[in-house]
Design a protein around this ligand. Structure first.
Ligand code: 5RP
Length: 271
């Protein structure tokens, strides 16, 4: 691996081999998603606790301060919307030149395995990898399911993740599911977990994130279950403890409860 690629990857996946990515890219097909109406305000208190953000160029430029930004994964696929015909019909929306201009650490693209647009999305991934490798920019592939959330099972997601890795993705983002070890066992590059729509309790999130980490995920790319929570800072700090300090779900719950109840001080900011 060349120096630039190694350096970018090292800023994303930390020295303990783990990562906490904070995605705020949902607006690219969902519009002003609940609690992400003003992305700059949503992420302000959360930035100290994430390792990177996943964002489109529009929100990066308009809502993220360049002098206090975290490492950035740039969402470069899109062209569809919730009200359009098919979410799977994505193209590449942002050039590699633009990614370099924005000084990003990686680019991210969705693939839609099994959809009518499987071939296009996989070839888009391959082209992006060709471009990214030229400049030392890693590609994160997102195994997207569109509106078909029921597709999230180990057999299907293992297939998607392996294909993404075979085509050259340096990191794969997929959903947590029962039997998550089948996904990591068959995927030769680091796997991070997304959360999907907000679940009923924070404890469910702690349980699945902990389970996924035990089964080989290197971390999360978790959005709605963080910033749609009523106590997003408590949530992200509890998740950080699972990911970077090997906290159990019980310990994470205690951290969440104590921050929510105002009993725990905020972490000292670096520098
Ligand atoms: C949306 C995405 C998100 O980055 C991904 O789904 C993670 O967010 P969440 O945890 O809210 O599902 O790719 O297109």
């Amino acid at each position: 691996m060349d120096w630039g690629m190694k350096n970018r990857m090292a800023q994303l996946i930390q020295s303990d081999g783990r990562c906490l990515f904070l995605p705020i890219d949902h607006g690219y097909f969902q519009g002003p998603t609940r609690k992400l109406e003003k992305p700059g305000e949503t992420i302000k208190p959360l930035l100290p606790y994430c390792d990177a953000i996943f964002v489109t160029r529009g929100v990066l430029r308009s809502s993220v301060e360049p002098d206090s930004a975290k490492p950035t994964i740039l969402r470069v696929s899109g062209g569809t919307s919730m009200v359009g015909k098919d979410l799977a019909n994505e193209g590449i929306t942002t050039s590699m030149e633009e990614a370099i201009r924005l000084n990003v650490n990686a680019v991210g693209i969705s693939i839609f395995v099994g959809s009518d647009y499987e071939r296009e999305s996989l070839l888009n991934l391959s082209k992006l990898v060709d471009e990214g490798e030229k400049y030392g920019i890693p590609v994160m592939a997102v195994t997207a399911v569109g509106k078909e959330l029921e597709k999230r099972d180990a057999r299907y997601l293992a297939l998607c993740c392996r294909i993404a890795a075979e085509l050259g993705a340096r990191v794969v983002k997929t959903y947590w599911c029962e039997g998550f070890e089948k996904i990591t066992a068959g995927c030769p590059v680091p796997v991070v977990m997304a959360g999907g729509p907000q679940v009923d309790t924070e404890r469910q999130v702690f349980d699945f994130v902990h389970d996924g980490i035990q089964k080989g995920a290197v971390g999360v790319n978790l959005g709605r279950n963080v910033w749609q929570n009523d106590f997003p800072v408590a949530m992200i700090r509890a998740l950080r403890a699972i990911i970077h300090e090997n906290a159990t779900p019980n310990e994470a719950q205690e951290i969440y409860d104590s921050i929510k109840g105002g009993k725990r001080k905020s972490a000292k900011k670096k520098g």
